[in-house]
Design a protein around this ligand. Structure first.
Ligand code: ATP
Length: 242
């Protein structure tokens, strides 16, 4: 097996004009891992995701994916290389059917066979049977949880090597959150490396291999999900106990 991490971020600094949002973040994701970025509102989680997707430039620092320097690689090229962020639930195309939304996930991968496409579609419908039942329904008329599933399904259609999810549990009912986290764990167990951004610490830490805690643009703590769940300071700040 390849010992280099799939993703390695070193001293990443990102600014919005004069406002420094990330003050030199370093993190890594190993092949096959499920890694979580945890943090309160404004900690810099979304900024980190956008920078990794290529939607925000780095002021300084480096992003290396599978041994290749991505720091200056354009967003669409990163998708082609397998770095794929699922849009937030509301990021589905409301006027397109479920099927059309899923097809939009394939656009970045041009040279695929019909069999390959059919296999991916089957995979997504296996993970999300509801999407299979609702192929012709318009994205905008799906429930919040279903739209989140569609957003993840769309990202999976491009067969990501690193799937990035930005707060997939946001705004969903507890039962649906459970379901989404179960499916995320399943996607990971089937071999897709995942970087997850979450505020739902309990659910995320229970399922994750490792996590990084982000506070005001800096990584303040890192460890296994289990260790962080047991950490008194983490319990106090993110789990509302102690
Ligand atoms: P949330 O969970 O609330 O989405 P977050 O951890 O994702 O929070 P970011 O959205 O990454 O946090 O924001 C990090 C910091 O950067 C915040 O202080 C925020 O105000 C600032 N910021 C985000 N977007 C912009 C922008 N377009 N212009 C200026 N500052 C911004």
């Amino acid at each position: 097996t390849d010992p280099t991490p799939l993703l390695e971020v070193t001293d990443m600094v990102v600014d919005y004009g004069r406002i420094r949002a990330l003050h030199g973040i370093s993190l890594r994701v190993e092949r096959g891992e499920l890694v979580t970025l945890l943090g309160a509102n404004g900690a810099g989680k979304s900024t980190t995701m956008r920078a990794l997707s290529g939607l925000l430039p780095l002021t300084t620092g480096r992003i290396v994916f599978d041994g290749q320097d991505l720091t200056r690689v354009k967003a669409h090229e990163r998708v082609r290389l397998g770095v794929v962020q699922a849009p937030e639930g509301r990021g589905v195309f409301p006027g397109m059917s479920v099927q059309e939304n899923l097809d939009m996930g394939c656009y970045a991968r041009k040279f695929e066979t019909k069999a390959d496409y059919a296999q991916r579609l089957d995979w997504v419908f296996d993970l999300f049977p509801r999407l299979g039942e609702r192929r012709t329904q318009l994205g905008g008329t799906m429930s919040g949880g279903e739209q989140q599933m569609l957003a993840i399904g769309r990202a999976l259609m491009s067969r990501p090597r690193l799937l990035m999810l930005d707060e997939p549990s946001m705004g969903l009912a507890p039962m649906v959150i459970q379901q989404i986290f179960r499916i995320i764990a399943e996607i990971n167990a089937q071999g897709t490396t995942i970087l997850l951004v979450e505020q739902n610490a309990q659910q995320a830490l229970t399922r994750t291999d490792r996590a990084y805690i982000l506070e005001t643009g800096e990584v303040t703590k890192t460890g296994t999900g289990r260790d962080l769940l047991a950490d008194p300071a983490v319990k106090h700040a993110y789990l509302g106990v102690g």
